[in-house]
Ligand binder design. Structure first.
Ligand code: ATP
Length: 272
């Protein structure tokens, strides 16, 4: 048996069907990103450029990671997650080496969606690194993305940031993160769709999703996820007390709503 073999654990993959709302966004990703991967010959026949990554931005908790995972599910690729914060280093050259190693590892695991979270860690963050080091790391990322030195076939890059206005403009050029996609907080109907997905298959009375969706304006997908989990915890506690399974009720949601608040407004207040 080969040493250092990576053990792949098969788990159920989320697809677009698991993402509530965001219908326009899903359509755009299909056309701009998924179809060129699945049928490059059609795009090439018409002389269209293919390649380049998606860049998701928007308030926290509105599905950047979740959607990137679902893209991997749609194209049957692995999902490889890079948190840039975790590779930063105060030692000269170490962050670049970490980044290179990471890409090399991903190149052995193709096809994969390589998700680079917190892209704003490049540029804005001067705590761990000097401006000069920062520049070197951006350059290293450009080298890795361009794939001129290495083969990037089967690597599909998606970046994410909450603060796109801090992003180095070099990262936005064609072939890099050229497709900017805003993931807004869910609207009324989308909140309904997300809530319906999250309670699907759980013991429940008739839940008034219209009402709960109306009460949760400015909630992110993550806020809704927490709300549902809180409500479920009330139903579980009741089930323990009575010794039988008690369905999730509207009352559980009302109680859960007392302690949860929308988290997206703050982002809009600071957005540039
Ligand atoms: P951050 O900026 O904080 O990293 P994010 O935008 O990456 O946040 P996610 O981690 O993708 O947010 O979302 C958090 C959780 O919220 C997900 O695990 C999922 O349960 C839920 N969620 C967010 N958006 C949706 C959605 N459109 N449909 C279903 N669930 C969603």
């Amino acid at each position: 048996k080969e040493k250092n073999q990576i053990v792949e654990i098969e788990e159920k993959r989320d697809t677009f069907a698991d993402v509530g709302g965001l219908e326009e966004v899903k359509k755009q990703i299909k056309i701009d990103f998924i179809l060129p991967i699945q049928s490059p010959e059609i795009f090439q026949a018409f002389g269209k450029e293919i390649g380049g990554g998606l860049l998701f931005y928007g308030p926290p908790g509105c599905g950047k990671t979740f959607l990137a995972r679902a893209v991997a599910g749609e194209i049957n690729a692995r999902f490889v997650h890079l948190d840039l914060q975790s590779i930063l280093s105060k030692w000269s050259g170490e962050a670049e080496q970490n980044l290179h190693d990471f890409f090399e590892d991903a190149r052995k695991r193709t096809p994969c969606v390589l998700f680079i979270d917190e892209l704003d860690a490049l540029g804005g963050n001067r705590q761990k690194m000097s401006a000069h080091h920062d520049r070197l790391l951006v350059n290293q990322l450009l080298i890795e993305l361009d794939g001129s030195a290495s083969n990037n076939e089967g690597i599909y890059v998606i970046g994410a940031t909450n603060t796109p206005w801090y992003l180095d403009p070099a990262l936005r050029r064609p072939g890099r993160f050229n497709s900017l996609i805003f993931l807004p907080p869910p609207q009324l109907e989308e909140r309904k769709a997300i809530l319906a997905l999250k309670i699907k298959g759980k013991p429940q009375e008739e839940i008034q999703l219209d009402l709960i969706a109306a009460y949760t304006e400015h909630f992110s997908g993550a806020d809704l996820d927490h709300l549902v989990k809180d409500a479920i915890n009330f139903a579980i506690a009741r089930s323990f007390e009575t010794g039988e399974i008690q369905p999730l009720t509207n009352e559980d949601f009302m109680k859960a709503m007392e302690k949860r608040q929308a988290t997206t407004l703050e982002w809009f207040a600071t957005a540039k």
